[in-house]
Design a binder for this molecule. Structure first.
Ligand code: HEC
Length: 200
């Protein structure tokens, strides 16, 4: 084979890889826009708060994605909807304002796309993070006590402290990371309709 032919084959394979990995992806999802809800006049998907965006980074750095996915599948080919993980499937548009866009595929734990709807109270989410067995005695989700500070109780009870009685009189206070992570978990809620994935 001549060297020009070899070069042409190399360039062609690079071009095909670029077309498949970059161009195709761009044409499929690169021009997605939010939709306007005609009743509320708000954009959907909604933009998560800055604290929730920080929380997404805590979620990523704590490795929650190793066990939890953030993408509901179905109805065909997956029982996610009947498992109660959501009312509709997740679509690309749901991730428009998610930075980083966490999708995940591991299902060691349940999918968390709608956890903001399943566990509504921020305090319950905090209790779960500190020790999941606070909410469910058999839970196998690992505890994350390093997201909390132990502070000796002063004369006043801090309003943020978790309702956990400790023998050493210390209060369990959420750190900034815990607050951001809980804001993120609360923002996970596919409770809006999209043209390609309507709520029933
Ligand atoms: C080693 C795997 C693993 C990791 C890592 C993990 N989880 Fe879990 N998680 C689970 C399992 C398994 C369950 C289901 C436990 C049960 O209910 O018995 C669960 C349950 C949960 C639930 C309750 C879900 C529901 O439907 O009620 C929440 C919320 C949750 N995890 C959040 C997190 C967050 C946030 C992180 C990261 C800080 C995390 N998990 C890291 C395995 C994991």
């Amino acid at each position: 084979m001549k060297s020009t032919q070899a070069l042409a084959i190399v360039l062609l394979s690079l071009l095909l890889t670029w077309a498949g990995q970059v161009a195709l992806g761009y044409f499929q999802v690169g021009k997605l826009e939010p939709v306007i809800n005609e009743e509320t006049n708000l954009r959907e998907p909604p933009t998560p708060s800055g604290l929730a965006q920080t929380g997404a980074r805590v979620f990523a750095s704590e490795g929650c994605l190793e066990c939890h996915s953030l993408s509901v599948r179905g109805p065909s080919g997956s029982p996610d909807l009947t498992r109660g993980w959501g009312e509709r499937r997740s679509v690309s548009r749901d991730y428009l304002f998610r930075e980083p866009a966490l999708v995940g595929f591991s299902r060691i734990g349940p999918d968390l796309s709608n956890i903001g709807n399943r566990i509504k109270e921020p305090k319950d989410l905090m209790m779960h993070l500190y020790n999941p067995r606070n909410l469910k005695t058999t839970s196998t989700c690992p505890p994350h006590p390093w997201l909390f500070e132990m502070k000796l109780a002063g004369p006043k009870h801090e309003s943020e402290s978790l309702p956990i009685p400790r023998k050493d009189w210390k209060q369990v206070i959420p750190t900034y990371q815990a607050k951001a992570l809980v804001a993120y978990l609360q923002s996970l809620n596919l409770n809006y309709s999209l043209p390609e994935a309507p709520l029933k």
